[in-house]
Design a protein around this ligand. Structure first.
Ligand code: FAD
Length: 295
């Protein structure tokens, strides 16, 4: 894991930020809602659903949180006006989880109510493990009222198998990911092999017993396994991938008749999201290194 670490002090240097931005552009629609809508229309044109996320996390200022809620309300009605199919993905800490579950739940409900009118599906992203239990609690209380609502489970966390069984009993709509946050060995599997093995187990359970779910990965072997499982079990599921990653594979899955969605982040707060993408892949770190040489 060591070679994937980037020094947090380094992230704050203007030169590093400039070089990072050049690389990060491929993963982000742009600064504005118009940029996001344009990328979403393109995803639809390419046969995919669009899942939009306004970049931002760990917000503690009420005015900023309210601004984010307003942005999502405008976004969701603009999606309908632009006839975009898809929905939203929201990080709990961008709508108040750092201030408490009540604040977060109230804000999410405001957005979900609007999304319901505009026929958009809402996903609640999962952040680092200090928020996992609260995020599930918020999800389950809202899911009792709103059906078009999904939650994320992370294969890197040791607790996830148990959480999945609980969510399956409630009929939850689940997105399975590997997990993007740095976690302690006490809570999480730390090797790629262990995370992948857990992902496979969780995916099998989804194909056995879930109604509607998403396989969110760019990993060819896991995608192949999902395709094989889908031949044995007729299930409503979609592949989900991030904007700018595995763009060569997305059209093939669409052509083969699978539902595919593209997760499209936008906004000016691009750094934490981009650092996570960068750390996921050794080649991205090398790219960062060579960009320095050529900058
Ligand atoms: P990896 O083993 O990381 O990658 C497999 C292959 O995919 C690589 O070999 C490479 O070919 C390609 N690839 C992967 N990442 C990159 C990259 N950055 N640049 C270039 N190529 C790459 N995580 C959370 O913790 N919470 C969430 O709510 C959440 N939501 C997500 C929603 C979607 C739609 C997706 C696709 C991911 C989400 N993630 C979330 C991120 C996820 O946890 C992983 O960190 C991320 O998807 C990378 O894991 P992977 O499954 O693609 O496998």
């Amino acid at each position: 894991m060591f070679q994937y670490r980037i020094d947090t002090k380094m992230e704050k240097s203007p030169l590093v930020e400039k070089v990072l931005f050049k690389i990060a552009r491929q993963w982000i629609a742009g600064d504005t809602m118009d940029d996001a809508l344009q990328s979403a229309r393109q995803a639809n044109k390419n046969g995919m659903n669009a899942i939009l996320n306004k970049l931002g996390e760990h917000m503690v200022s009420k005015p900023k949180i309210n601004q984010t809620v307003d942005e999502y309300l405008t976004l969701v009605s603009n999606l309908r006006k632009a006839k975009v199919t898809g929905g939203l993905s929201i990080k709990p800490t961008q709508v108040g989880l750092a201030l408490g579950t009540k604040e977060c739940s109230k804000n999410l409900e405001t957005i979900i109510e609007q999304a319901l009118q505009d026929l958009a599906f809402v996903w609640i992203d999962m952040e680092s493990s200090e928020y996992t239990s609260d995020t599930f609690a918020i999800y389950l209380s809202l899911f009792e009222k709103y059906e078009r609502l999904g939650i994320v489970i992370q294969a890197n966390l040791k607790r996830t198998q148990k959480d999945l069984e609980m969510l399956l009993r409630k009929g939850a709509k689940i997105r399975l990911v590997k997990g993007a946050y740095h976690e302690s060995p006490k809570n999480a599997y730390r090797t790629r092999h262990d995370v992948d093995e857990n992902y496979k187990k969780l995916m099998k359970r989804l194909f056995d017993d879930a109604n509607e779910f998403a396989i969110a990965t760019h990993d060819s072997k896991l995608i192949k396994m999902a395709i094989n499982l889908s031949r044995k079990h007729e299930r409503k599921f979609e592949f989900q991938m991030l904007k700018g990653i595995r763009d060569e594979l997305k059209p093939t899955l669409v052509k083969d008749g699978f539902a595919v969605a593209e997760y499209i982040p936008y906004g000016t707060n691009w750094l934490p999201y981009s650092i996570r993408r960068l750390k996921e892949r050794k080649r991205n770190i090398l790219l960062l290194g060579s960009s320095f040489i050529h900058s």
